[in-house]
Design a protein around this ligand. Structure first.
Ligand code: PMP
Length: 448
């Protein structure tokens, strides 16, 4: 590896970074992370911080997972790669499909389709939804519904159901036939409704209206995050997801939960579907499935989908990835799942999530630039920053960047996304780690 002067000299110059302007990366080179231990990361200058971002919502078990490393190394020695395309399989992928079918059985899932990440999982689910209806003789069901402010990755299908203009406008025209419903976002919504339960009703009414307007028999699926993540941690009222499920069922529309963030314990439940007591038709998972040790994902399939594809020899899946069921990824996922269960991370996610949520609410009492605090369901917490509370005008990006930088210097990596400060730390966070995050945030907010 080159020395630190070399790395600093070339940082930001030759690599285009996701979700960033290339010129901004040249002008403000990114932090170079070079080491990690437990829930902490270390930068090239030796500065060590608690990772309040958990990698990118994926490092649920922290950075020192020996069983995962061991499983991957053993698999690398044995079989570094073999495909699962027609005619071959591998032992790790078979075992993982067994474990996941069991893990997601309470959500009504019984089969897995493996992918290389979250965007792949979303693309897979959207495509299978269309094929499902074609196989049933309803080829006219091609449209997709989703929530404004939702995030579903960056492939063309996912971008088309995304509900944030930042990820869409530059890439239009996107997939035709995608329509967006208002999100149950209490702080800002077109109904000016501040009661979460009434807002949930208004949003499902909008969903019903859109279905009636489009014609139910033109709609393939509704995709939604159980708690909107990248859009700024937006948990709906508990009545929302069950009402959406009922409407989808009544109209023959498949319900896909995008659980790329929420599966595997982050919400304080094992899945977002279980958090809300629903049984979707497909679940998109990725991220924590391998804790960041390997790019991997799994779409879990419910009985309605399974029944239509199985028992029908002409239901050929014309979709898949070179790395679907990659044996090293599958070995990593098996070890992560075992650790996730052994450590029972859901309980800690719930307890530490409550601590962070309460801590952020205490910060809101102290700082006027906090307009809203959202969380209360495990380790997904957000602070929405405003220039002043009365106008709710989003905070100036330079001030938001100050919060992030001062928090970093004070011992915590936190994420700023638009006006939102997002906390999604590893689920093995301790009470002391959470206090470090909160006091670093306090310092950042004070500086801004
Ligand atoms: N869906 C959701 C809900 C996500 O949060 C993300 C990633 N943040 C994705 C899809 C896309 O996943 P990936 O970046 O692994 O492609």
């Amino acid at each position: 590896m080159k020395d630190s002067n070399f790395l600093k000299e070339h940082n930001g110059r030759l690599m285009w970074h996701p979700m960033t302007s290339p010129q901004d990366t040249i002008d403000n080179p990114p932090k170079i992370i070079t080491g990690s231990e437990g829930v902490t990361i270390t930068d090239i200058d030796g500065h060590k911080v608690v990772d309040g971002v958990g990698g990118l919502w994926n490092v649920n078990l922290g950075y020192s997972c020996q069983p995962v490393k061991d499983a991957m190394t053993a698999q690398l020695d044995k079989l570094p790669y073999y495909s699962t395309f027609r005619g071959t399989s591998n032992d790790a992928a078979i075992e993982l499909s067994y474990e996941l079918s069991e893990f997601f059985e309470p959500d009504g899932m019984s089969r897995a389709f493996f992918t290389s990440g979250g965007s792949d999982s979303v693309e897979t689910a959207l495509r299978l939804a269309r094929q499902y209806h074609k196989l049933r003789g309803e080829a006219g069901r091609t449209k997709f519904l989703s929530l404004k402010k939702g995030y579903h990755g960056t492939h063309m299908g996912g971008a088309s159901v995304n509900g944030n203009a930042n990820f869409r406008t530059a890439y239009e025209p996107l997939l035709p036939g995608c329509f967006h419903i208002p999100a149950p976002y209490t702080y800002r919504n077109p109904f000016n409704e501040t009661d979460p339960e009434r807002l949930a009703q208004l949003c499902v009414q909008a969903l019903e209206d859109e279905i009636a307007f489009q014609g139910a028999n033109t709609i393939a699926a509704m995709i939604m995050e159980p708690i909107l993540g990248a859009g700024g941690v937006i948990p709906p009222h508990k009545s929302f997801a069950p009402m959406v499920q009922e409407i989808c069922n009544r109209n023959g529309i498949l319900l896909i939960t995008d659980e790329v963030i929420t599966a595997y314990g982050r919400t304080g439940a094992w899945s977002g579907a279980r958090l809300w007591g629903i049984q979707p038709d497909m679940m998109c998972t990725a991220k924590a499935i391998t804790n960041g040790y390997f790019p991997f994902g799994a779409v879990m399939l419910g009985h309605r989908v399974v029944d239509v594809f199985e028992g029908n020899p002409s239901a050929k899946i014309g979709h898949g990835y070179t790395y679907s069921g990659h044996p090293v990824g599958a070995a990593a996922a098996l070890a992560c799942l075992a650790e996730t269960k052994r450590l029972n991370v859901v309980d800690n996610a719930a307890a530490r999530g409550d601590q962070l949520y309460a801590g952020c609410q205490a910060l809101m009492a102290k700082y006027d630039i906090i307009g809203d605090v959202r969380g209360g369901h495990g380790l997904m917490t957000a602070i929405e920053m405003v220039s002043d509370r009365a106008s709710k005008k989003p905070i100036d990006p330079i001030r938001a960047a100050t919060v992030q930088e001062v928090a970093y210097q004070s011992g915590a990596m936190v994420r700023v996304s638009g006006p939102n400060l997002i906390l999604s730390p590893p689920l093995i966070l301790t009470e002391d780690d959470a206090n470090i995050l909160l006091s670093a945030l306090d310092a950042g907010l004070a500086a801004a």
